[in-house]
Design a protein around this ligand. Structure first.
Ligand code: KE4
Length: 439
């Protein structure tokens, strides 16, 4: 095990004075000092570190501290930060204006590239976030089927559209918000929820609400309650149920898309969605989301059909060239996924080797470059078991790792992400610090 000793020289309680100053100042102008709640460190406590820059596998905060990055901007940075081809493509494109509000050839190229990677996408619409993608997919499913209800899963997060803020994951779970003020009962009554990996619960909901459910939406590998894998037959059962009951099967691949395989979870798990949503990697860190799928359904989207959906910056040229460049890199270098697979397994094995020699019960869920550590006595297979873990211990673990230059997601209800910029030295150092935490 080779350790990058330069990292170990960092003080175990870092100087984050500039971050503290900025956080104070930020809170006078921005709600909670952040533009997205999960960044606020509210569940883990302490001061969120403000970033100055990042390159490859490393983040650099405003106090000059370096961190090994396991957030990857919550997913997009699959090849590391400031990836040269993406930076160069943006620099060249931005001088031609940042937006037209008119169609461009680049949008066609992006759509054709995605279709060449994901065979069951006949048509795809670009939007500016994962929330927009999922929100639009649900509206389309309702418009297409003429039915109102949807089924989502406890602990899954599909963005902050009203319909999804029912027993949602990510920040909603992190802050234990049972019912989100502002989401009306008129909306939430149309959202059924079931435990992840519980096919019987879904079958029961469907049987008791025959002919009223437009869609089932799910994260094929959940990443918003930690990383939780679908159990054998679960996704296949949902697929069959959707086919039998004329419900649209929507895979939310905002997190898994182009990460678990170039074709995402659909390729990796061999599951066929009616609609699929994307975000994160698809924009390479620029604001991009997308939803697409079968022509029979997508032809109802305006202006082809009457399900209205729109966006001033949808298909933005600078965002498109970033995503297009990254997706091409991923498509043309399949070895990337082999390397990500090895690094994910290497980190899991290293952490298991350390933790099995402690008195702490733990579970590590990992698939490819998605991984999470739960201090749990039982398998973590749904939100209930994720919530029952010793998440206070996780919070202590988080801060210890942060103090040692390792930036994990600041919540037990998040997946860690491995970028291909991470070296085995970085992984070894991560395992070494985990070992030190328990000594
Ligand atoms: P955005 O609207 O944040 O781009 O995407 C929403 C979304 C949809 N679907 C899945 C599976 C997602 O994970 C997300 C967003 N993920 C969170 C992190 N778990 C984004 C981080 C944040 O909220 O700041």
């Amino acid at each position: 095990m080779t350790i990058d000793r330069s990292l170990l020289t960092q003080k175990t309680s870092m100087n984050i004075n500039k971050s503290k100053e900025l956080f104070e100042r930020a809170q006078t102008s921005i709600p909670g000092g952040v533009n997205s709640p999960v960044r606020a460190f509210k569940s883990v406590g302490g001061t969120p570190v403000f970033m100055q820059k990042a390159k490859g596998a490393y983040l650099y905060d405003v106090d000059g501290n370096r961190y090994i990055d396991y957030i990857n901007s919550w997913g997009p940075m699959i090849l590391g930060h400031a990836y040269e081809p993406v930076v160069k493509a943006i620099q060249e494109k931005v001088v031609d204006s940042t937006s037209f509000g008119a169609p461009t050839e680049l949008e066609i190229q992006m759509a054709e590239l995605i279709k060449s990677i994901v065979p069951n996408v006949d048509l795809i619409r670009m939007v500016s976030s994962g929330t927009e993608a999922c929100m639009s997919a649900i509206r389309l499913a309702r418009g297409y089927t003429g039915k109102n209800k949807i089924i989502k899963f406890e602990g899954c997060y599909h963005g902050h559209a009203d319909s999804f803020l029912v027993k949602a994951g990510s920040g909603v779970a992190t802050f234990n918000i049972q019912t989100v003020p502002g989401v009306t009962s008129g909306v939430s009554q149309d959202t059924f929820t079931a435990p992840y990996n519980n096919l019987e619960a879904v079958q029961k909901i469907v049987a008791e609400n025959k002919g009223t459910i437009a869609a089932i939406i799910i994260e094929p590998v959940a990443g918003n309650m930690g990383c939780i894998l679908p159990q054998e037959g679960f996704l296949e059962g949902l697929r069959q149920l959707c086919t039998a009951e004329n419900m649209v099967f929507i895979l939310d691949e905002v997190m898994t898309g182009f990460r678990l395989a170039v074709g995402g979870a659909q390729e990796r798990l061999k599951i066929d969605a009616d609609l699929v949503t994307y975000g994160k990697v698809i924009g390479a860190g620029m604001p991009v989301g997308a939803f697409g799928g079968k022509l029979e359904i997508m032809k109802h989207i305006s202006p082809l059909g009457n399900v209205y959906q729109a966006g001033t910056l949808s298909g933005n040229p600078v965002a498109m060239i970033a995503g297009y460049t990254l997706l091409n890199e991923l498509k043309n270098n399949p070895s990337i996924y082999i390397e990500l697979e090895k690094k994910g397994a290497y980190l899991k094995d290293g952490l298991e080797e350390v933790l099995k020699n402690t008195d702490k019960p733990f579970v590590i869920n990992q698939l490819g470059s998605m991984i999470s550590l739960h201090f749990s006595k039982q398998p973590v297979v749904d939100f209930e078991t994720a919530a029952a873990a010793d998440n206070l211990l996780f919070n202590q673990f988080f801060h210890y790792m942060l103090d040692n230059g390792i930036y994990l997601p600041p919540s037990a209800f998040e997946s860690w992400f491995i970028s291909n910029a991470l070296s085995y030295q970085d992984l070894d150092y991560t395992v070494h610090c985990a070992k030190k935490f328990f000594q």
